[in-house]
Design a protein around this ligand. Structure first.
Ligand SMILES: [Zn+2]
Length: 400
């Protein structure tokens, strides 16, 4: 994260250790555990964490000037409790949100209220394991975007585009584990760094990473970082796994629901719904309510879908071109749609690349090699370069 360019106010307000709360009738099954928010000039993401899944309802309330009450977003969680001592307002004052208030609206309904300064739109969607509700509030931008504040220099012109590279997993989440114990988190970080160096040395772009070391970064915070930086592209890089050791190939995903069983299994693993590793892949065990069809059900729109599809095709074609130069047997599994949490809520074209199978005997070995990592990174580089040169200017022109 670049310091000083924008305000990254990670206001972590821990509402943990909810005291036991006795109720005579049908005690709530869930507890409000934590509320956090991230702020930038025209965007605030609120993350509400619950101890268990709960039904929720959200709505907007207009300002009541007579009563001196600001406009607000109200979220009600049914069968959820919140300790009375946790009802103190959380001040935000970031230009969009004034504060976040919580309270036990009824014996079984916990209410969260976002008091607003101003708003253009908002979306709300759940994430699972642990259960969270994300509320993205978008406001009218008043400040200059970060890139226009960059120092101008004749020798090195200001970057034209900003690209967020997201190396999957990290830290306590190793991702898939392949032949010889090779971890997905290690492979994808190495490929991501190769890609980032190529981009910055050969194109007028600034590259950001959701992680640059072996650390755990929650999925919603990855997308929030990309939104905060006003990135032009979000590229999430992963390596695949299957119980079928013969499965191999390269595939690229954009965000949407699907009925495809194999994609659902993959999305469960990438979304952290089953423990990473091979044994869990076919176990079919998933938390209650983790049917993936929910994922877009609460989104009013999927941002940048046509652009994301175009980006996915460009990257897939380009990866295959580079890989096929030396490895003609690597299968082209094509572009697919899938419900990947890490892509939900991104404001820019976003894709998830599965750059080969760690569990395939040959590809598992290839993924260890510098040459193969280089081919994948080079493929992603050329795809991004082509997209920025040919597709993005056209898309931006069309949208004016
Ligand atoms: Zn992954």
């Amino acid at each position: 994260m670049v310091g000083g360019v924008f305000r990254w106010g990670l206001g972590a307000v821990l509402l943990a250790s909810v005291v036991p709360f006795a109720l005579a009738l049908s005690p709530p099954r869930s507890a409000l555990e934590e509320i956090r928010y991230t702020s930038v000039p025209d965007y605030t993401r609120v993350i509400i964490t619950l101890s268990a899944q709960a039904d929720y309802n959200h709505f907007r309330v207009a300002a009541d000037r007579a009563a001196d009450r600001p406009p607000r977003i109200v979220i009600d969680f049914s069968s959820t409790r919140i300790a009375p001592r946790l009802r103190a307002p959380i001040p935000v004052d970031d230009g969009l949100l004034k504060r976040i208030r919580t309270g036990q609206f009824s014996p079984t309904t916990a209410r969260v209220v976002l008091d607003l300064e101003q708003i253009e739109s908002y979306i709300a969607f759940p994430l699972y394991s642990p259960y969270r509700l994300i509320i993205d509030v978008k406001g009218k931008s008043k400040e200059t975007p970060p890139r226009q504040q960059a120092k101008q220099s004749r020798a090195s012109p200001a970057p034209q585009y900003q690209i967020m590279i997201d190396p999957g997993h990290g830290g306590r989440d190793p991702g898939a584990i392949g032949v010889g114990g090779l971890k997905e988190k290690t492979v994808v970080l190495a490929i991501s760094k190769r890609l980032g160096k190529k981009l910055e040395s050969r194109l007028p772009v600034k590259v950001f990473y959701t992680r640059e070391t072996d650390v755990f970064v929650p999925l919603p915070e990855r997308t929030a970082q990309a939104n905060a930086m006003k990135a032009d592209l979000f590229i999430s890089i992963h390596a695949n796994a299957s119980e079928n050791p013969r499965l191999q190939g390269v595939e690229t995903y954009y965000l949407n629901n699907t009925n495809d069983r194999a994609t659902e299994r993959l999305a469960r693993r990438e979304n952290g719904l089953t423990p990473p590793g091979l044994t869990s892949l076919e176990s079919g065990r998933a938390p209650p309510g983790s049917d993936l069809s929910f994922i877009l059900s609460d989104l009013h729109h999927t941002a940048s879908e046509p652009e994301s599809i175009a980006l996915a095709h460009t990257l897939q074609d380009s990866m295959m071109t580079q890989v096929a130069k030396r490895h003609s047997k690597v299968r082209n599994l094509g572009v697919k749609k899938g419900p990947f949490y890490v892509l939900v809520g991104a404001h820019m074209p976003c894709v998830l690349a599965e750059v080969s199978f760690l569990t395939h005997r040959v590809q598992g070995k290839l993924l260890r090699s510098s040459a193969y990592r280089e081919a994948i990174a080079e493929g992603l580089f050329h795809g991004i370069a082509r997209f920025l040169k040919e597709e993005l200017p056209r898309i931006k022109k069309d949208s004016v």
